[in-house]
Design a protein around this ligand. Structure first.
Ligand code: GDP
Length: 616
């Protein structure tokens, strides 16, 4: 490989037929990784070619081809779908051919799958609740009791019982994250707009995302019970965005509802069915091995990996061998949203699946594999590919320390933050204070999401998608989530005092972050039972979950991911009758936290020490 100079920078060159494969939506940094070049020099090369791009911006195929031609590479842009196809064809599975071979007689109507989107506080969550409660079949089934990530309701439409499937995660973020992985889940979107508020930034954002994905929209004009609500104004405002109400000669159905009072929910469901029937041909073959998408998944202490999957075609049965993303296994049991066991699930049916050996991600596709061996091998191949991709990623996400370099290299113009806190008051206060930092023109500070509660997989996914840093204010990412953030190279900064957060972010923005101490986790233990002893004080009977617990170290106590105490000392440590200095992972022990006594079963004790962070 030669290394000639183009526009003043040196870049490794291909020989004119060297093939470089990049994923669709890849950036210069991704490409740089593949050819072992410096992303900043590729920015220079592009400028030389008359194209402006930052290192992390995703490039279209044309720009890659232009760049490739200049540098002697043939750039092949592969979509996630193509990658899947290649993987499957190695196992003689061809999902496209399967679809092509299906004739009219094989296809049966399937229910529409709906996602609820719109601006924050316009009533998405409330609407999903109202729809759940309006289910005509609810009486018999005992109501929807389980949050499994999706649910199906039944509605009477022109004398026919018609099911509709709802994705139970409101907002377009999850939708877009899944789409980024190549999963198309949603058939129809309900865009919620509060009649007392009007079209807001996220209304437009959601609308753009849906229109980009060609998903038909039904508008729910919500909160019509509020005095001064003006549903007509919403219709007017939305005409600007090509959503023209039927009554004005357009083809978008607008339904005025009150999620709070359960008003007009039937009409909304009716509008969804009418729109589906008019705009879409929703059919699938139920008589084959199931294919679909994982919508939500978690690791349950008692039940192992639990995944909610949406069957898109075929029928999923208990006993089927499946592979979902990097997870494989045999369906041991399936539950519906009522908590009832189901034995089979056809197209558009969401079910919770037990029996996978690992936890798939939301948006991972799943298939029933011809045999267990194939399922395992597909999962392993995907895992290997994932590992590669995350190695590449871990190097390039943004952190506060390298913010200034990234700015200088033109990699970022915006510091994206996600704020999570224990109570909404502190999140708001933090947001207000952050927005008041004067950062000058070079860099823009954007808070792209905020919320109350522990740092979730969704937060981390959003950080991945938008190169954001997550701020945890008295809340933490735990277990699997912390590992995931680590793996994806997402930086999470923890604070307990607002001014400290402000100070650090301000210094990062000004490129003055001082070397500092970093917290290194030593071990975690979970409290199983509390023993009250008059001699020793409270003893927390615990099991060490990771690392080691050492006597004398500092600890933090969290309850369901929320910090309840900081800076507590492991004052005493016992195994059986003996005082010990340390206890390793997997062992039980008694922990005494000195005078700190507010403990409950299930609390997590995490010990840590402060180490000076090396500067690079
Ligand atoms: P989301 O952020 O879009 O999920 O919004 P929520 O569903 O959390 O609703 C935000 C607030 O608006 C809550 O306080 C709801 O009780 C309230 N809300 C939602 N729908 C209605 C409605 O139809 N009428 C009235 N008056 N309030 C509503």
């Amino acid at each position: 490989m030669q290394a000639p100079t183009i526009g003043g920078v040196t870049v490794p060159r291909g020989n004119g037929s060297t093939v470089v494969r990049v994923r669709r939506g890849a950036s210069l940094t991704d490409f740089a990784d593949k050819i072992d070049a410096n992303p900043a020099s590729l920015v220079q090369v592009l400028i030389h070619l008359g194209e402006m791009a930052t290192a992390t911006q995703s490039l279209d195929e044309e720009t890659f081809q232009l760049l490739g031609a200049e540098l002697g590479y043939v750039v092949e842009v592969v979509s996630p779908e193509d990658e899947e196809k290649e993987l499957f064809s190695a196992f003689n599975i061809d999902l496209e051919a399967e679809l092509e071979e299906e004739g009219e007689e094989d296809l049966a109507a399937r229910p529409p799958v709906v996602t609820v989107v719109g601006h924050v506080d316009h009533g998405k969550t409330r609407l999903l609740d109202a729809i759940r409660n309006a289910d005509v079949a609810e009486g018999e089934a005992g109501g929807i009791t389980q949050h499994i990530g999706a649910y199906q309701v039944h509605t009477d439409h022109e004398g026919v019982d018609r099911p509709i499937t709802f994705i139970d995660t409101p907002g377009h973020e999850a939708f877009t994250a899944m789409r980024a992985r190549g999963a198309k889940v949603t058939d129809i979107a309900i865009l919620v707009v509060a009649a007392d508020d009007g079209v807001m930034p996220q209304t437009i954002e959601a609308l753009n995302h849906m229109q980009a994905a060609d998903v038909p929209i039904v508008v729910a004009v919500n909160k019509i019970d509020v005095e001064g609500a003006n549903p007509q104004k919403i219709r007017q405002q939305l005409t600007e965005y090509n959503l023209i109400a039927e009554e004005y000669g357009g083809d978008t159905m607008f339904v005025d509802v009150s999620a709070k009072q359960g008003q007009n929910i039937d009409a909304l469901l009716e509008a969804v069915l009418l729109t589906a029937d008019a705009a879409l041909d929703l059919r699938a073959n139920p008589d084959k091995d199931a294919r679909g998408v994982a919508i939500e998944a978690n690791l349950d202490r008692g039940r192992g990996a639990v995944a909610t999957v949406l069957v898109q075609s075929g029928t999923l049965r208990v006993g089927d061998g499946i592979v979902a993303g990097v997870a494989h296994g045999r369906v041991r049991a399936m539950l519906d949203e009522h908590g009832n066991n189901v034995h089979e699930a056809g197209p558009s049916r969401p079910v919770q699946v037990m029996g996978l050996a690992a936890v798939p991600r939301a948006g991972d596709t799943f298939i029933v594999a011809p045999d267990d061996r194939t399922a395992r091998q597909i999962a392993e191949k995907r895992e290997a590919a994932d590992r590669q991709a995350s190695l590449a990623k871990a190097r390039k996400r943004i952190s506060l320390e390298d913010l200034n370099d990234a700015l200088a290299a033109g990699k970022v113009e915006t510091l994206n933050l996600i704020l999570k806190g224990d109570v909404s008051g502190s999140v708001e206060a933090l947001e207000d204070a952050l927005m008041q930092i004067d950062v000058g023109d070079e860099v823009d500070l954007r808070i792209i999401d905020r919320g109350v509660g522990a740092i979730t997989m969704n937060n981390i996914n959003l950080a991945v998608a938008s190169d954001a840093v997550i701020i945890g204010f008295n809340v933490r990412a735990e277990g699997q989530n912390a590992e995931y953030a680590d793996k994806e190279g997402v930086e999470i900064r923890y604070y307990g005092v607002i001014y400290q957060a402000i100070e650090e972010i301000e210094s990062a923005l000004k490129g003055m972050l001082k070397p500092e101490y970093e917290e290194v986790e030593l071990g975690t233990a979970e409290i199983r039972e509390i023993f009250r002893s008059s001699k020793f004080g409270n003893i927390a009977g615990s099991i060490v979950r990771s690392g080691e617990i050492k006597r004398g170290s500092k600890a933090r106590i969290t309850r369901d991911g929320v910090v309840v105490a900081e800076n507590v000392e492991i004052a005493g440590l016992r195994r059986f009758k003996d005082d010990v200095t340390e206890v390793r992972e997997g062992f039980e022990c008694g922990i005494n936290l000195g005078s700190y006594n507010d403990l409950q079963d299930g609390d997590l004790i995490a010990t840590y020490e402060m180490r000076e962070k090396p500067r690079d």
